[in-house]
Design a protein around this ligand. Sequence first.
Ligand code: ALA
Length: 407
Amino acid sequence: MKHFDVNEIRKDFPALHQKVNGQPLIYFDNAATTQKPQVVIDALTNYYSTINSNVHRGVHHLSQMATNAFENTREHIRKYINAAHTHEIIITKGATDSINLVANSFGKGFIKKGDEVIISAYEHHANIVPWQMICEEKGATLKVIPFQENGTISIEDYKSLINKKTKIVSVGHVSNSLGVVQPIKKIIEIAHQHNIPVMIDGAQGIVHETVDVQELDCDFYCFSSHKMYGPMGVGILYGKEKYLNEMPPYQTGGEMIKTVTFEKTTFNELPYKFETGTPNVADVIGFDAALTYIEGIGMDNIKSFESELMAYAIEKLNSIDGIRIYGDNKHKAGVISFNIEDIHPYDAGTIIDKFGIALRTGNHCAQPVMDSYQIQGTLRASFGMYNTKEEVDKLVEALIKVKVMFG
Ligand code: ALA
């Protein structure tokens, strides 16, 4: 195993070394977006200073260099998630864009009146609304697996929703609002016993553990670069070739076209069939640098470091009188959602910001989760590979001060 030294890692992230409100920044909003290592920032500068050019569109030197770097990233992503084919990797704008692509394209191709789609009650809005809309359009029904007090679904509840009308299941790997790791392998296995494909929203999953899409046997898996220490505006959709080939194009124009006449247009092969317009070349290449950076640290190292940090943070937070952590579960990754007494999360978050600590407050784009607990929102601390136990101690000190102020 490679050596993991959080203090060395912190040196690679320039944004961590600043003061906010006169205090050293403590960045605990990693589930919203992670900070970027210098190698990623350098990759962007290098791209714009040297090979900036459009891809797949020119025989000239710069265009070929940019195209090679762009396509090398696609291959890197394939290897990173162990997909069988490079053309199963579609580059999108983000995880939300990826889910919209599948909901619309799969929906257009395979969902009809009377069919059913299964999601869960712990989903981010991005894995609810696209399905809701396609169901409305097609006259299909959206079925929702409830989650239990501890933030996970019951397999029995899930099984009871599956029937002959079920066309697809789409669930999150890790809940963004609770941090609970869901039993996705089991969910996939059960759906496959009925020949139903499964889409996994991995936006909060792949950041904290190794994902092998062939081993999981998921039919679709999506995620965002910016939650993996890479640039914003880049998402990935992995899809099994057998589905992607049968699905109609989502958006049109640009790379997805093979031939156009006014009578008929033919479409490009995978993966380009699903890629339109000029892609976000610089940021895709920046994502390549982020993946290389993560590989250099080692996901096993990151996972065990973050697990220890999470356990420490849960224990420390639980020692504060009046705190309630939502989604009390031993299978958690990267996220702790909580409230203190009846202090409004916005009030607490605003005071905590004065201590230089960045948390997210609100419903975390998961309103049904908040509704289940009958709360308006929570404070959410989310961790990355560069956070420390000392930072957790500072958060606990700040929360005690908040309690005193509102007490
Ligand atoms: N979906 C992101 C979050 O959970 C933005 O904060």
